[in-house]
Write a protein that binds this ligand. Structure first.
Ligand code: ARG
Length: 254
């Protein structure tokens, strides 16, 4: 009888310790530190939804960077103008959103090395012959995505009263399609995607401003150096180009 009890107890101990082992292994898996990326997933081909998943150049590039750092990437989608505050408050570890390096932003966050060149372009209706370049935008109604460099430059150059701000770049393009505004100023790659999706629009050949995209971090974050090393490695080994190629084609990445 005693023996029986002992073996039952032993068995129970074994089962328990096995379970403990199991969960230890699990927690080792999930112990990988998570790194949180703030983005605004309204910006194809950099970040956008495919079903309920955020995909795109930034999403994949960030995942590759996280892997290099031995971390697990978590993406938080938010309004574009919430990204810097999220990074400053530590709600996110970094921002990746086709974000342009500007002096003003540099005073709020630290930037990684730049990983892409973007261009602000002008979209108008296909049959528009009046607006052929930036100079013709004076006095016109210009649509932009709130808080983007398109917004900042266009309101500076053409006056706040001529700017119509939208939460999503796509909404600005739709409004243009409906003839409610005269032009949209937005980054070149999303412009291409949006124009393909909306009939009757064209992108002007003359670009408006050229700019550098980088990831942003809380000021003095230790992550910047590690991420810069990862960026350099992913550029050197061709990973970055492969990601760009997947989303944009063979156009050179920089
Ligand atoms: N490059 C522009 C900027 O930094 C637009 C970026 C918009 N990005 C986005 N994910 N919606 O202001």
């Amino acid at each position: 009888m005693k023996k029986k009890i002992l073996s039952v107890v032993l068995a129970a101990v074994c089962v328990l310790s096995l379970a403990a082992c199991g969960s230890k292994a699990d927690s080792k898996e999930s112990k990988k530190d998570t790194i949180v990326m703030a983005t605004n997933a309204e910006f194809p081909p950099y970040e956008y939804y495919e079903g309920d998943k955020v995909v795109g150049i930034d999403a994949e590039f960030a995942a590759a960077i996280a892997e290099k750092l031995g971390m697990e990437l978590k993406i938080e989608d938010m309004a574009f103008d919430s990204i810097i505050p999220a990074v400053q408050s530590g709600k996110a570890d970094f921002g990746a959103a086709g974000m342009t390096v500007t002096d003003e932003r540099k005073s709020q966050v630290d930037f990684s090395d730049s990983y892409y060149t973007g261009r602000q372009v002008i979209i108008v209706k296909e049959d528009n012959t009046e607006i052929t370049g930036p100079d013709d935008l004076t006095g016109k109604k210009i649509g932009v995505q709130l808080g983007t460099t398109g917004d900042i430059y266009a309101s500076g150059d053409y006056g706040d009263e001529n700017i119509e701000r939208f939460n999503k770049g796509f909404e600005a393009v739709q409004s243009l399609g409906q003839g409610k505004i005269d032009a949209v100023v937005i980054d070149d790659q999303p412009a291409k995607t949006f124009v393909e999706e909306n009939e009757g629009l064209k992108i002007l050949d003359t670009e408006y401003v050229e700019e550098d995209y980088a990831l942003c971090f809380k000021k003095d974050s230790d992550l910047v150096d590690q991420v810069n090393d990862a960026i350099a490695a992913l550029k050197a080994d061709g990973t970055f180009d492969k990601i760009v190629e997947k989303y944009i084609g063979t156009e050179t990445a920089e």
